[in-house]
Ligand binder design. Structure first.
Ligand SMILES: O=C(O)[C@H](O)[C@@H](O)[C@H](O)[C@H](O)COP(=O)(O)O
Length: 232
């Protein structure tokens, strides 16, 4: 599917514009069916966007927020994406939103993936909004090059849900929604910042295997148009 690049002069300008777009999308979903859903990524990039989005005046009590992926750590761990969302997005007006974590307090990451899949089935699909990030190696979500379940994660026929992923660049074992869970979001956003990430995007948009740069699966095969938001 096609992608559109939205370039901004600053990260602050991007955060404001993306927050407006997401707020409009979630409000339209609420108007249409009474609820809305958004899956967001972790990492360092989305912090300012989360903070601005948290102040937007929408019916947050009708919004379910979840994560695109999560490290297999509890929410009090500094590496937790839940902690990042709690501190930056579940604040201000967005405090009223419902949050569905991926991490589960169970013995194994495999058990956590099964449980998280069951619990997130309560979210109607497709997502109204998915915010993806991208690493310098071209990963997105927890679709890491060389990942233990990468082929399964990227396979369009893999059922919607959460699977595990282990990879050299991933740190802890990961919990990640599959490509099939994310690629048909009403609003599918790739949020990247910095000249380096723009170079990585240019390489990903070129030829080469998806397994080498998994973001290619989204850029090449997503059902929804990919809205790329970039600032220097
Ligand atoms: O858990 C995670 O790390 C994210 O979901 C991951 O996919 C992230 O979006 C990229 O690694 C980019 O991270 P930065 O924004 O820190 O560059």
């Amino acid at each position: 599917m096609a992608s559109t690049l939205h370039s901004f002069a600053s990260a602050a300008d991007l955060a404001g514009s993306l927050a407006d777009k997401v707020a409009d999308t979630l409000s339209a979903a609420i108007a249409a069916r009474g609820t809305a859903s958004i899956a967001v990524s972790g990492g360092s990039t989305p912090k300012a966007f989360f903070q601005v989005l948290s102040t937007r005046d929408i019916a947050w009590d009708k919004v379910t927020i979840t994560l695109v992926d999560e490290r297999f750590v509890p929410a009090d761990n500094a590496r937790s994406n839940h902690l990042l969302v709690d501190a930056n997005l579940l604040q201000n007006k967005a405090k009223a939103a419902h949050f569905l974590p991926l991490y589960q307090d169970v013995a194994s990451v495999e058990e956590a993936a099964l449980l998280a899949t069951e619990k997130t089935k309560a979210i109607s699909s497709p997502f109204d909004t998915v915010i993806l990030g991208m690493g310098g190696d071209g990963h997105t979500a927890s679709f890491f090059p060389g990942g233990s379940n990468l082929a399964k994660a990227l396979d369009a026929s893999t059922p919607r849900g959460i699977i595990t992923m282990e990879a050299e660049g991933a740190g802890e074992p990961r919990l990640t929604f599959t490509f099939s869970s994310l690629e048909d979001a009403a609003l599918l956003v790739l949020h990247i910042e910095g000249e380096g990430k723009k170079d990585v995007l240019a390489k990903a948009e070129g030829s080469g295997d998806e397994a080498e740069m998994p973001i290619r699966a989204v850029l090449r095969r997503a059902t929804s148009p990919v809205e790329i938001y970039w600032a220097p």
